[in-house]
Design a protein around this ligand. Structure first.
Ligand code: BEZ
Length: 402
């Protein structure tokens, strides 16, 4: 298996491992007749994830778990080695279209894996629809990716915005919360999270008393907290993630709000609960994974991931790991053939993944169908309280495949 890194753009290409084989393969891949290319040349996977900025840890956990999965399969599939080209998205939405287009033209990947951020995700989906490259989205939740931009060659191993937040409305109602403030980063994923929460919460009789979008990726919350304190809501429902989430929880506590107002979310405490210390205690969230899930796959995954990376596993690592499994299952069923893309896509569509989160299958729009758990931070761990909603299937609005 070869891993090339081109952190921060295309010009600084550093070979991390296995240089001779990969350079040769790059040079000759295009020259092979397709029958040979189907079975002998390396499988090329382009990874486009953030390794800088507030989502840096999310990106590296996804990448490390994807690579781990391929290593566990012997570094290849069906007799073909896997070669990675790894690029830092730098979370730059405006430059992402140009950069991904260049990447696809230059490298002719069999699979493209990325990104974390929904704005970049929508750009990648638009490009994949045109280029036909198989795109596997291991995080970005924008509904459109498996909604109006859906395509046979686009898969997602993570979630849609709707899928994680809609069950939360029901949870807050069950917890007796009636007057709620929404606060979230003001970009596609934050807005869609707020909308999905509002949909189920208001349907059940709850009232949103304030809707506060805050600039992404800023993490200065004090002035918003003053406003929230004055409103005296029962609860706050929020979307922040990564470094911004840690800051949010600490500031919420520092402002004394955690003594009076219950805090709920989807991603707020994911991979961040320990770093936020006692500021994360008691926060409830709905998500498709909990590190404390009791299944043998999860126990094994957590220990192998920790041993390999020195990092604790989280939902982002799980999504990367499952992206690797989707590639493996697809290729195993085609005997390693990537030339007949129709066959490969059909094989991927029918994959059933035994994931650390539980079993997932794929909807017609290629979004995972999965349980959404209610978790609560207890002694720094996201304890699984119950299944908040079983086998949740995103409505895939606007998708022509359904
Ligand atoms: C998103 O932009 O889709 C996203 C980023 C971080 C966590 C969850 C979703």
């Amino acid at each position: 298996m070869t891993i090339k890194s081109s952190i921060k753009g295309f010009d600084r290409r550093t070979l991390i491992k296995g240089s001779a084989l990969s350079v040769a393969s790059l040079a000759i891949t295009g020259g092979y007749p397709s029958i040979l290319r189907a079975t002998t040349t390396p499988i090329k996977i382009g990874i486009f994830l953030p390794y800088t900025g507030t989502y840096a840890k999310l990106g590296s956990n996804i990448k490390d778990a994807l690579i781990l999965k391929i290593e566990e399969n012997g570094g290849g599939v069906s007799g073909r080695k896997v070669e990675f080209v790894n690029i830092d998205s730098e979370m730059n939405v405006s430059k992402s279209t140009e950069r991904i287009n260049k990447l696809i033209l230059r490298d002719k990947f069999d699979f493209l894996v990325g990104p974390v951020h929904s704005g970049i995700g929508m750009n990648m989906a638009r490009i994949a629809r045109k280029s036909g490259t198989i795109l596997i989205v291991p995080n970005a939740g924008a509904n459109e990716i498996t909604g109006k931009f859906c395509a046979p060659n686009i898969f997602r191993t993570s979630f849609s915005s709707w899928q994680t937040a809609y069950p939360a409305g029901k949870v807050l109602l069950e917890d007796g919360m009636k007057r709620v403030v929404l606060i979230y980063w003001n970009y596609a994923f934050g807005k869609q999270t707020a909308d999905a929460f509002r949909e189920s919460f208001e349907k059940g009789g709850g009232r949103i008393i304030a809707d506060i979008p805050t600039p992404f990726p800023k993490s200065e919350f004090q002035s918003f907290f003053t406003k929230i304190a004055a409103l005296e809501p029962d609860a706050v429902f929020t979307f922040y993630s990564g470094g911004g989430a840690i800051q949010f929880m600490k500031d919420f506590k520092r402002a004394g709000l955690n003594r009076r107002i219950k805090l709920y979310s989807t991603f707020l405490t994911e991979g961040t609960a320990k770093a936020a210390g006692d500021a994360s205690e008691g926060i409830r969230s709905t998500l498709h994974y909990a590190t404390t899930l009791k299944n043998s796959m999860n126990e094994r995954f957590k220990s192998v991931f920790l041993k390999k990376t020195g990092q604790e596993a989280d939902v982002f690592a799980v999504q990367g790991y499952d992206a690797g499994e989707l590639i493996i299952q697809g290729l195993k069923r085609t005997g390693g053939d990537t030339v007949s893309q129709k066959r490969l896509i059909e094989a991927m569509e029918s994959s059933k993944i035994q994931s650390p989160r539980g079993e997932i299958t794929f909807s017609k729009a290629h979004n995972p169908i999965q349980d959404i758990y209610l978790r609560e931070v207890i002694n720094g761990e996201n304890e699984m309280i119950k299944i908040a909603m079983e086998k949740v299937n995103d409505p895939a609005l606007g998708c022509e495949l359904i």
